[in-house]
Design a protein around this ligand. Structure first.
Ligand code: SF4
Length: 352
């Protein structure tokens, strides 16, 4: 491995210089070597610490519905999964979660759910407005799939601050293998542009190791993120879900996911990058490893206890212990073992 080239490329990644397809390809392939991976991780961690200190922002995750009209091949909530357990929270139940979250110290609520036709745009707008009336100072993040432009606009107007919508894969071909023909990669990207233009702090991202994904697809993803410049980037390993077409596919690599987390931190120094539940679910040390590679957000589960196991987007998803909002002391203890602590701030994106 060419050490001189490594330092040159690292300077360009960190400095924001244009990166070619070959550069990203080189980082992904050479970055798999343990000594290079270590260097990338320690640089990413240094940059995260310079920008955020040793604090890790917490967001209270409320999973508002396990109904979905879509049929994504990787997801346990896909509409054709007759075995999936379905529920939808009422507005009052969501507000109760927010009340509990506020008492626990959360300053961001993330409302996440399938594309539930009964929780339409107007309903979401009403819920956002009610949360903002009760808690004007707290941030509301939405992760409720693709909606109409008018819907996004109304949600923003009602006070929603952030919106998460993973692009999943930049390759149209790969996208078509992961999704039904009713969904399109182009529409997904158009939604992301709309969300940004409406002033949402916008989150995107992808799975690592999803079926049929190639290294070139990940290169495409990184180049796309470089173009989109989202304020939040969520990535996690693919984990198979039973009763889906991908149930028998192997899970994605944790090492590769961690490598991509460090590359993202090197490139997107101010971005909010979660140590995802998928990482914590598949690897006992996944959360800590992601934080040590530059992640700076965790999203403990604040959903009512009796519905948590029903939001089963993949097998073995954790929602208890340090993935639970009610066990923040456990999370704090685990973060302390790697020299980090919980930051209860809102954790807005700040370019400065
Ligand atoms: S990934 Fe999202 S949109 Fe696709 S089936 Fe699952 S919940 Fe629905």
């Amino acid at each position: 491995m060419d050490k001189k080239f490594l330092h040159n490329i690292l300077d360009r990644v960190i400095g924001g210089a244009p990166l070619s397809r070959d550069d990203w390809r080189w980082l992904l392939s050479e970055g798999a070597a343990p000594d290079v991976a270590d260097l990338l991780r320690s640089e990413a961690s240094r940059i995260a610490t310079e920008n955020f200190g040793k604090g890790v922002f917490v967001r209270g995750l409320i999973e508002i519905s396990s109904y979905c009209r879509n049929n994504c091949n990787y997801c346990g909530l896909r509409c054709s999964n007759r075995e999936a357990l379905r529920y939808r929270l009422t507005k009052e139940e969501i507000l109760d979660c927010c009340r509990e979250g506020a008492s626990l110290g959360f300053n961001t609520f993330v409302l996440q759910g399938g594309e539930d036709v009964k929780q339409d745009d107007a309903w979401i707008v009403d819920v956002v407005r009610s949360i903002k009336e009760l808690f004007p100072d707290k941030a509301v993040t939405l992760s409720v799939g693709e909606r109409s432009v008018e819907g996004y606009r109304a949600m923003r107007k009602a006070g929603a601050d952030r919106y998460l919508l993973r692009h999943e894969t930049r390759s149209d071909e790969h996208y078509a293998r992961l999704h039904p023909s009713t969904m399109s990669a182009e529409k997904r990207r158009a939604s992301l542009q709309t969300l940004k233009s409406l002033g949402f702090q916008t989150g995107s991202g992808m799975m690592i190791g999803s079926p049929y994904q190639t290294m070139e697809n990940i290169v495409d993803d990184l180049m796309y993120l470089d173009e989109l410049r989202p304020q939040m980037i969520g990535i996690g390993p693919f984990i198979p879900a039973k009763n889906t077409p991908f149930a028998q596919f192997p899970a994605g690599s944790v090492d590769l996911t961690i490598l991509v987390v460090s590359l993202l931190r090197l490139r997107f120094q101010k971005a909010l990058i979660p140590a995802t539940t998928a990482l914590a679910s598949i690897d006992e040390q996944g959360r800590e490893r992601a934080i040590l590679a530059g992640a700076n957000v965790v999203m403990p589960n604040l959903s009512p206890l009796d519905v948590r196991s029903k939001y089963s987007i993949y097998d073995g998803k954790k929602s208890l212990g340090s993935e639970s909002a009610q066990a923040l002391d456990e999370l704090a203890r685990r973060l302390a073992t790697i020299g980090y602590h919980i930051d209860f701030g809102r954790g807005d994106y700040n370019e400065k």
